[in-house]
Write a protein that binds this ligand. Structure first.
Ligand code: G6Q
Length: 549
């Protein structure tokens, strides 16, 4: 593959041009930009795949967009994208292809990894998941005592949890309401205890979701689930009816005691945080059914195709990624708020936190050089309108610039007039208020006493994107997730980082293993165990050991 990253980001000509341009535009107010161009609100929008993407309320003009597009070109974003779609090993530090796009490719597509077309394998697993899901949903799959499965508990963490939880919540409207879905991720025993306290083992199916099948939290929870199950149904043979695994590691699955026939596989070219549309989505499929799951995959695929083929000036993930880059790099904006105006998307910000920050929270380039520019912004958010009554104050009148993504749907799934009109009025009002604010003169004209005027002024010029779709259905969810996935890709390509590794989670894991031994062994009373940490860590460990006694 041709290397497009020979030049350090801040030494490229496009970066320099943007830096100069930023000096010219950073004080220009959105009021002025809108006043000088009556078409702006319709022109700076995209309408593709049923998603209306309004980026007119950003601190940009046509030149900004052109310069950002030139940067994308100079950084080889298109070539890097093509390399990903081709199956090149673009995750260089793990020497892996990055092919979540293959998980949603149509049956007749061909995508090769090491000379093997992976699409037939993908569909074979999907077919196996569909057959299994149908049997469970129809009550044909019976538990050890002949009862149907009513409870599904997914045990997994990180990428093997956040996607399934988010998708279950997002698509709850479409889910089997006669079944319970629970998710256990934390190694804190409370998570397991609370998730299972009202369940009967003979009606419960555990899905042990772990790519590696060695993750400490998941294996601990899986073992606890096994013990919990056997304490109610004292028959090892019953495990086969109540435990299935989703993993890449057959050896460990079998060692745990799950029959290989009850295992749903995926592959090393699927990153954990990009895996919710692989077999890791088994709980999602059990909840919403195979047809809805495939509709979700079609939504993902539609956005993949858009990203792969649309010219960059009309390419939603490209523009989204460039805008994130613009504020993060030139306006020193540290965060991006994601504000879904749909209660079903309440876990979407948490899901995006992993997707964005685990992918792009890096400090060296692909070549290992230390980076001196900013990489991933912090993503955070809460569903609207709740956030309006808490942290929006800071977004409107605080000292920090926080670009926001407002996500909303023109139709509600739960028609309870006048709720949806009120909800949507708030979306539009917020983006208007953030962009245009309220001047001191406007505040005075309302009769506000002079001493109060500064407190009631809204400076405005706070950038927002509005993402509007018709309704939250499986396909739309797939499109939205793929939109963010590819936006993350674009940003990583600009920064020249490996968006697909996660070495940052390793050190804590290694140290925890060592410390666990120190918490469990030795004479707890005397504190005589030789501890070789820093004085703070040693003292904390001693305190815990003393309390254990
Ligand atoms: C995601 C990360 C990480 C991973 C978890 C769980 O991209 O790799 O969040 O998903 O550590 O790993 P396992 O699925 O192997 O248990």
């Amino acid at each position: 593959m041709k290397s497009f990253m020979a030049t350090y980001l801040t030494e490229t000509s496009a970066y320099h041009a943007l830096a100069v341009h930023h000096q010219q535009i950073h004080d220009v107010h959105l009021r002025e930009l809108f006043a000088n161009d009556s078409t702006r609100g319709e022109r700076l929008t995209l309408d593709a795949l049923g998603i209306y993407f309004d980026y007119s309320k950003h601190r940009i003009n046509d030149e900004t967009v052109n310069l950002l597009l030139a940067l994308a070109q100079e950084r080889g974003v298109a070539e890097k994208r093509d390399a990903m779609f081709r199956g090149d090993k673009i995750n260089v530090t793990e020497k892996r292809a990055v092919l979540h796009i293959a998980l949603r490719a149509p049956r007749d597509a061909e995508i090769f990894v090491d000379g093997v077309n992976v699409v037939p394998e993908v569909h074979a697993v999907l077919d196996k998941m569909s057959a299994f899901s149908k049997r469970v949903r129809d009550g044909e799959w019976q538990g050890a005592t002949g009862k149907r499965i009513r409870n599904v508990v997914n045990i997994g963490i990180g990428g093997s949890d956040l996607g399934p939880v988010m998708a279950y919540e997002a698509l709850k409207f479409y889910s089997a309401r006669d079944m319970n879905f629970r998710f256990v991720s934390n190694v804190d025993g409370t998570d397991f205890a609370e998730a299972t306290r009202d369940l009967n083992a003979d009606e419960t199916l555990f899905i042990i979701s772990s790519k590696t099948f060695t993750t400490q939290e998941t294996m601990t929870n899986a073992q606890t689930a096994r013990n919990w199950f056997l304490s109610q149904i004292n028959d090892e043979r019953a495990i086969a009816k109540h435990f299935v695994a989703v993993s890449t590691n057959e050896q460990e699955v079998v060692r745990f005691g799950i029959d290989a026939a009850n295992m749903f596989v995926f592959w090393d070219w699927v990153g954990g945080r990009y895996s919710m549309d692989s077999a890791i989505g088994l709980s999602t499929m059990l909840a919403i059914g195979p047809e809805n799951f495939r509709a979700m995959l079609d939504g993902f695929h539609a956005m993949d195709e858009h990203f792969r083929t649309a010219p960059f000036e009309k390419n939603m993930p490209v523009l989204m990624g460039l805008l994130a880059f613009w504020y993060n790099t030139f306006f020193d904006a540290q965060t991006i708020a994601v504000l879904p105006y749909d209660q079903y998307l309440k876990r979407f910000p948490a899901y995006l936190q992993q997707l964005t920050m685990e992918s792009n929270g890096k400090r060296v380039t692909l070549q290992g050089e230390t980076i001196e520019y900013q990489t991933s912004p912090i993503f955070w958010g809460e569903p609207g309108t709740n956030g309006q009554h808490s942290f929006y104050q800071l977004i409107h009148q605080g000292t920090k610039l926080i670009p926001c993504d407002f996500i909303a749907f023109t139709q509600t799934l739960n028609k309870l007039p006048p709720h949806h009109d009120i909800l949507m009025a708030n979306v539009f009002a917020q983006t208007e208020a953030l962009a245009f604010g309220k001047t001191a003169d406007e505040v005075r004209a309302e009769g506000t006493p002079e001493w109060l005027v500064p407190h009631r002024v809204f400076p405005g010029n706070r950038p927002t994107t509005t993402i509007l779709a018709e309704k939250l259905d499986p396909a739309t969810l797939g499109k939205l997730i793929a939109l963010y996935e590819h936006s993350v890709f674009v940003q990583g390509a600009l920064w020249d980082i490996d968006s697909f590794d996660q070495w940052g989670v390793e050190l804590g894991k290694v140290l925890a293993k060592k410390i666990l031994g120190e918490l469990e062994t030795g004479d707890l009373g005397t504190g005589d165990l030789r501890l070789e940490h820093d004085s703070s860590t040693n003292a904390l460990i001693r305190k815990y050991r003393a309390s254990k006694k």
